[in-house]
Design a protein around this ligand. Sequence first.
Ligand SMILES: [Zn+2]
Length: 272
Amino acid sequence: MQKIIIFNSLILILIFLIFYFYSKKNSDNDFTYPFSKEEYYIEDNLERYLKYYEQNQKKSFSDIVREINCNLDYQFYNGVERSNPLDKILILVNKHYTLDKDFEGFDLVKVDDKYAYYDKEYYMNQEAYEKFVKMWQDANLAGCDFGIYSAYRSYERQVFLYNNYVTVDGAEKADTYSARAGSSEHQTGLAIDLKSRTKKTDYFETTEEYDWLLKNSYKYGFILRYKEDKEYLTGYQFEPWHYRYCGVDCATYIYENDITYEEYYEYFIKNK
Ligand SMILES: [Zn+2]
């Protein structure tokens, strides 16, 4: 009789221990499932989602996935990786992915003076340029006129520009609007800055050219790269003048889904 009681007690203790460890294991992984159901969930980032969630429990799962996919668990210019030139027109260059100082853009061609805002020479990627010309012609038919005032910029040029801005505004302010050398998209030849020629203004967002580009640029493969409500993700203030070529498929997806290029790259290119 006594043996049976001891045996039963041991069985009960065993059941309790199994239950205890099983439920503990499950509670540690409670959030794996909801994260895995997120649209832009990347399995390799799971540990980082969970850790970030611990520190930011008021954020939604969607926001956590978005912010980790944009590497916001690293400070800008910390934990930097090299941009991958093999990505070609889909290369990501930002405050987490930077270019080597020797990188001199892809397939650069000279921009015809007709499209230049100032009397200067501009160079850009050939494919991007061909699409730009088509976009410009269609915009022109719609009554718009804009010119390029910055296109490809070398690493050395970016060193010069950034240092000038730091002298004027200090590094903290300069970092909100100017890229440090190696982290400017202009070094790829895929980015252009535009000015209106129908309305002389520094506020491109007040022009009809801006309105037209906002609605149509994706059809030619260009995206508005630094949007007003995405500053915390891109690390740049709103730049209504800065357009980036990434091809029609990519630009259309970004336009239709209102995501940043950072999010697109991490989900569709890096972790495809
Ligand atoms: Zn720009």
